[in-house]
Each structure stands twice: as C-alpha cells, then as structure tokens.
Design a protein around this ligand. Structure first.
Ligand SMILES: [Zn+2]
Length: 119
C-alpha cells in the first residue's frame, strides 16, 4: 500500500465509514431520548422491554465505538505513513484483508494469534 492514490482512496473510505457510524450513533441517541419520553407515560411492562432494548443498543453502540477507534487509528497511521503494516510484527498486511477491512491494524497471522490467546 505504498501508492499515494490508493491511500487517498482508503482514507476516503475510512472517513465515509466514520461518518456513517457517527450519524448512526446520533440517530440512536435521538431514538433513546424518544423512548425515554414514551416510558414516562408507559406501564411497567413497557419499561422492562425498553430496558432490554436499551441494553442491546448500548452493546451495539460499544461495538461501533470500538470501530470508530480503529478507524481513527487507521487514519492516524495513514498520516504517519505506517498504514498497512502490522502493528504487532511490522510486516505488510495482506492487501485483500485491507480491502475487506481497511481499518485492520494486524496481519492475519497476528490477529489469529491474538484470538487464540484470548479464548
Ligand atoms: Zn503481524
């Protein structure tokens, strides 16, 4: 991924993805607020359901926030000129992997290694 034009394209993709997540989170926040307003007049059952929904939503939001961090990280690495290299072993990340997941910071080998350790 030495090519400058490619990097610009990746950067654009990352910024688009970031924008998409941010507007999704903003929309969720708005819905949450609406739900709370509704809850104020709802009964206990409604509130229990709403609580479950909120739990699910915040779990999803946590994933999105995680993704946002990865995107920011990738954007920073583009600026630094270290984008496309594995954070763990320093080897270039497989191009196919970067195409599928432009914010990947680990090569497939290191990622699998990490996942093995985690489970
Ligand atoms: Zn690696």
């Amino acid at each position: 991924m030495e090519n400058h034009r490619d990097l610009e394209r990746v950067k654009k993709r990352l910024l688009e993805e970031k924008h998409r997540i941010l507007s999704k989170l903003a929309k969720e926040k708005e819905e949450e607020k609406n739900n709370r307003d509704r809850q104020a007049v709802g009964d206990d059952v409604d509130q229990a359901v709403a609580l479950e929904e909120e739990k699910l939503r915040s779990a999803l939001s946590a994933m999105d926030i995680q993704k946002l961090r990865s995107i920011d990280n990738a954007l920073r690495r583009i600026e630094e000129g270290t984008y496309g290299y594995c954070e763990e072993c320093g080897e270039p990340i497989e191009e196919g992997r970067l195409l599928a997941k432009p914010f990947a910071i680990l090569c497939v080998r290191c990622k699998e290694e990490k996942e093995r350790k985690r489970f």
